[in-house]
Design a protein around this ligand. Structure first.
Ligand code: MN
Length: 373
C-alpha cells in the first residue's frame, strides 16, 4: 500500500482542500526525509487511513499531506454505537483530533474514574462527522455528536493531559493519564455539576395531537403503530428498573413480572425509555418507542430520527420488552398494515423534532383508524 513517501516539498495530492490549511506547519516538527520508515511516523493520520477504505466509509478520509492548523481549542464527543457502545473524546491538537474511546462516557463525578482507551489520531474534519458506518467496516455502527465545544489546555505531556472543557453537556476540568499502554484513565477534577436531571416521577411523556389524516409532507415524518396499552416511562439506574405512568404514578413491578430484568439487559448506563405496556397472550410486554436518556443528561434535544436510530442500535429485545418498528418517509403502507392488524391508530412523528416532555405537540400526530375506512 503506497504511503506518503515524501512530504517535504512534495506536490500536494490533487483535490486536496486548501482553505484554512497552512502548508509546512503540519506537526510542528521538522519535516522528515523521504523514505518508508520516516514517512510512517511522518503522517499522524497514517494509522487512521490504514484502518479505513475511503470508498466504503462515510467518514472523512483526507489525502496524506500537510495537516491543517487549528487553535488547539476544539473538542468533540461522539456517541458511537459500534459492536460495543462507547463515547469518543477527541481534542484538537497539532492538526489532528487526539482521541480516546470511553466505554462508560465522560465521568461527571470526581469519585468515579472511567477507562479511556487511547485510539488513533483522527482528522480535524471528523469533528463534524455523524453517520452510519456500514456493518463489517472498521467501527461499523451509528456515530452521533454527543457534545462539542471549546477547551483550554492546562498541561499536555505523554503522561498527563489536563484540560478544561466548555460544552453544552459536559463542562469542567478533566485529567487523562495512561495506566497501561493504550489504557488511560479520565478523571473529573471539578465537583459534580448540579444534577439538573428531572426525577423520573416529574417526567411527563410527550403527547400527539389528533388529526384526521396523514401529514402532506410525509417525507418529513416517521410513522409508528399505536398499540394502545399503558403509557410508561422506564428509568434504569444501577440496573434497577422504575416504571411510571403518564401521570408520574409509580407502577409496581409486581404487576409487570419480567420487566425487572430490563435493568440487567441495559447494564450500567443510566437510561430512560418511553413506551407502552401491552398484553401479548396474557404477558405484559413493554413496547419501547423512544430513548430519553442514555448515560449523561437527557436526550430531549436529540431529534426524533436520531433518538430512534439510537434506540435501534441498543437492540432491546426480550421476553417482556421489544423495540417497536418505525418507518420514515411514507405513512400509507403503515396505515394499511395497521388497519389489517386492527390497530386503533398510527402516529406520525416529525423526523427533525425534539422530545418535548409533558406537551401535546404538533410534532407528533395521531391518526385514528376507523374500522370501515
Ligand atoms: Mn469509536
Amino acid at each position: 500500500m503506497p504511503l506518503s513517501l515524501c512530504v517535504a516539498g512534495a506536490a500536494r495530492p490533487v483535490g486536496r482542500r486548501l482553505e484554512g490549511t497552512q502548508i509546512g506547519q503540519a506537526s510542528g516538527a521538522a519535516r522528515p526525509e523521504c523514505g518508508y520508515e520516516t514517512a510512517m511516523s511522518a503522517d499522524k493520520l497514517d494509522i487512521y487511513r490504514s484502518k479505513r477504505d475511503a470508498a466504503r466509509t462515510p467518514e472523512p478520509v483526507p489525502q496524506p499531506g500537510p495537516l491543517p492548523t487549528g487553535h488547539d481549542d476544539t473538542f468533540v464527543i461522539q456517541e458511537h454505537h459500534a459492536r460495543r457502545l462507547h463515547w469518543d473524546l477527541r481534542l484538537e491538537r497539532d492538526g489532528v483530533l487526539v482521541s480516546w474511546a470511553i466505554p462508560k462516557g465522560i465521568p461527571l463525578d470526581p469519585k468515579t474514574n472511567h477507562l479511556a482507551v487511547h485510539t488513533e489520531d483522527h482528522p480535524l474534519d471528523y469533528a463534524t462527522f455523524e453517520g452510519e458506518i456500514a456493518k463489517g467496516e472498521y467501527g461499523g455502527g451509528l456515530v452521533l455528536i454527543w457534545d462539542r465545544g471549546t477547551y483550554e489546555t492546562e498541561k499536555w505531556t505523554d503522561r498527563e493531559v489536563k484540560v478544561v472543557m466548555h460544552g453544552s453537556r459536559v463542562s469542567g476540568r478533566y485529567v487523562l493519564f495512561p495506566t497501561d499502554g493504550k489504557n488511560w484513565i479520565i478523571h473529573r477534577m471539578d465537583p459534580p455539576p448540579e444534577p439538573g436531571l428531572p426525577s423520573v416521577r416529574d417526567l411527563r411523556p410527550m403527547l400527539p395531537e389528533e388529526r384526521k389524516r396523514l401529514p402532506r409532507d410525509q417525507e418529513a415524518y416517521g410513522f409508528e403503530f399505536d398499540l394502545g396499552g399503558t403509557r410508561a416511562i422506564a428509568a434504569v439506574e444501577n440496573r434497577q428498573v422504575r416504571l411510571v405512568d403518564a401521570d408520574g404514578a409509580e407502577l409496581s413491578l409486581d404487576d409487570y413480572p419480567g420487566l425487572g430484568a430490563l435493568g440487567k439487559a441495559i447494564g450500567d448506563l443510566p437510561t430512560v425509555l418511553d413506551g407502552q405496556i401491552i398484553e401479548v397472550d396474557g404477558v405484559p410486554v413493554y413496547m419501547i418507542f423512544d430513548v430519553l436518556r442514555l448515560n449523561g443528561g437527557m436526550l430531549f434535544d436529540r431529534v426524533y430520527r436520531d433518538r430512534r436510530r439510537t434506540l435501534d442500535h441498543m437492540a432491546l429485545r426480550g421476553l417482556n420488552w421489544q423495540t417497536t418498528p418505525w418507518f420514515p418517509g411514507d405513512g400509507k403502507p403503515v396505515m394499511k398494515a395497521a388497519k389489517e392488524q386492527g390497530l386503533p391508530a398510527i402516529l406520525a412523528k416529525r423526523l427533525d423534532s425534539p422530545y418535548v416532555p409533558g406537551t401535546r405537540s404538533p410534532y407528533w400526530r395521531r391518526v385514528p383508524l376507523s374500522p370501515d375506512a
